[in-house]
Write a protein that binds this ligand. Structure first.
Ligand SMILES: Nc1ncnc2c1ncn2[C@@H]1O[C@H](COP(=O)(O)OP(=O)(O)OP(=O)(O)O)[C@@H](O)[C@H]1O
Length: 150
């Protein structure tokens, strides 16, 4: 049986909206500062996560190959979107890992395991899709190019 959850009264909702960042240690002052923090997150992942470095290398290779092989704009866009999805999920995986470690520290917790395993699973699913897309779009013209050289 589903439980009925009533929405908060309007005055409570407005106080939530105005105070939503009250627990933040610091709030980015402007868009440029926001980009700076986003870049800091990307460089942190690159420096600390081996899987992120591997994915960046494969995504760069796939995009470079798609340009080199003169794929259609739609095909290049599909490879770009797929690559972006893998990298974005890898960044979210790092964020979830950090949050879990911050919460439970070095203690074992079944829910910490679920959170980390599911985040890693999301990356794996996106990587498998990226391999499928890469093989479908890149392999045929690559094989034709290699065969033409012999
Ligand atoms: N606090 C914890 N409680 C329970 N299980 C944990 C905990 N920390 C890690 N684990 C288990 O160990 C696994 C590896 O943890 P880790 O923090 O290295 O994540 P990871 O996803 O393997 O990292 P990476 O993406 O860098 O390879 C997790 O997927 C989870 O199953």
């Amino acid at each position: 049986m589903s439980q009925q959850v009533s929405p908060p009264p309007p005055n409570k909702l407005s106080s939530l909206i105005t105070k939503e960042r009250e627990f933040s240690w610091q709030v980015a002052a402007n868009l440029f500062v926001s980009f700076k923090y986003a870049w800091a997150g990307i460089t942190y992942s690159f420096q600390t996560q081996r899987n992120f470095r591997i994915h960046v290398s494969f995504c760069a290779l796939a995009i470079a190959l798609s340009l080199f092989l003169h794929l259609s704009p739609v095909e290049i866009a599909v490879i770009g979107i797929t690559s972006g999805l893998v990298l974005a999920l890898e960044l979210l995986n790092t964020a979830i890992e950090s949050l879990v470690d911050l919460t439970v520290k070095q203690t074992y917790h079944e829910l910490a395991k679920v959170a980390k395993d599911c985040a890693a699973g999301a990356v794996l699913v996106s990587a498998l899709v990226a391999i499928l897309v890469g093989c479908t779009l890149l392999l045929p013209p690559l094989v034709i190019l290699i065969m033409s050289k012999f």
